[in-house]
Design a protein around this ligand. Sequence first.
Ligand SMILES: O=c1[nH]c(=O)c2[nH]c(=O)[nH]c2[nH]1
Length: 304
Amino acid sequence: MAHGSIVLGANQYGKAEVRLVKVTRDTARHEIEDLSITSQLRGDFEAAHVEGDNAHVIATDTQKNTAFAFARDGVGAPEDLLLRLARHFVDDFEWVTGGRWAAEKYSWAHIDMGNEDGESTHDHAFVRGGTEIRTATVTIDGGGAPTVIAGLKDLSVLKSTGSQFTGFPRDVYTTLQDATDRILATSVTARWRYNTAGLDYDAVYADVRRVLLRAFADKHSHALQQTLFQMGKAVLEAHPEIDEIKFSMPNRHHYLVDLSPFDLDNPGEVFFAADRPYGLIEAVVQRDDATDAAAAWEGMAGFC
Ligand SMILES: O=c1[nH]c(=O)c2[nH]c(=O)[nH]c2[nH]1
């Protein structure tokens, strides 16, 4: 069988997981910004792959250095640092037509000293903040405007009532009993896409997190699927600057333990927290007139 010639397909390259810690120390009270940044460039890199000509190859080491150098002026919202990096590489190197810049941000809080004298938190000693990690991605596709996708992962939540799972079909393999009052627990991974530029990304992030938690807490759940949709709907209702939000949520099952062998009742108090298998519920909640942004989501693992 005859074959055609062999050519280079889609490609991108850069430095992954640059761990960057910025201390702001203009006053005695320091602040910490702790990030992991990934820079990936797309454009005309054919000669490097096909001919070994590196004239267009902005070294991954240079990409790492650029992130550290930009951080010297201040980090700010991860989205803003990524946008600065994206603009720099696309605007200053004519063969770079796009790319993806991603960040994870880990939160640190001043340690609470519990002093009676008013000064309650330490100026320069920190403890890791919540369980969740903030995520941000900036994509430029073929020289167009950047698409910003914000998000979070590992936001662990649990409600000890206000959740049921009934009305599901029963066949010969079904053993699960109806649950009219159960624990609902999950670890939320969510990413949402902005439809406009120039936002106060820190403020919107804080509010989306608040809206997600409130919807999880407030709404009675008939299934994790319904809870997911309610959380997404609440975010889109509160934030017109968001067009779609994608979720991946494991159902962290808590099984009521049968204590009857010990002559004990168990009115929803003692549970076995199973780590696996777990249900995995994934969905997109979107405006029906949302613009298509498939390219910005490409290669983002863990979503349907
Ligand atoms: O919220 C739930 N959704 C399901 O699809 C499901 N399936 C299951 O066994 N338990 C649950 N709970």
